[in-house]
Design a protein around this ligand. Structure first.
Ligand code: SF4
Length: 108
């Protein structure tokens, strides 16, 4: 096989690899990240059943019904980088800064 055919074949293989990564990347990013311009922090696939039960029993929601009581204003919230889900010391899993749950408590 000529060198130019091998070169074209390698180039095509690399292009398909890059294309495949570009197609897969959004599905990975939406696990916790921006989805359609809005931050989504609903991926609870890594939680144990008991952790998920606490999250649900405390009625965690992605968007607080009260702008003055959001996760970012809660003492249990730890922010991540801009545009990323944060964490909470009492509710496991990704936490939306605009979210809310029944355990909300104002920062000191
Ligand atoms: Fe958000 Fe509830 Fe955690 Fe406070 S306790 S950061 S309101 S999930």
């Amino acid at each position: 096989m000529s060198e130019s055919k091998m070169g074209r074949r390698d180039a095509a293989r690399r292009a398909l690899t890059v294309l495949g990564a570009a197609v897969l990347a959004p599905s990975v990013l939406t696990a916790c990240g921006e989805e359609g311009g809005a931050l989504s922090c609903n991926d609870t696939s890594g939680l144990q059943p008991a952790q998920l039960a606490v999250r649900q029993s405390q009625n965690y929601v992605e968007a607080s019904p009260n702008a003055e009581q959001t996760c970012v204003l809660c003492r249990f919230y730890t922010a991540a980088a801009a545009g990323q889900c944060g964490t909470c010391s009492v509710i496991q899993g990704p936490i939306n800064p605009a979210g809310y749950c029944a355990l909300w408590a104002a920062t000191a």
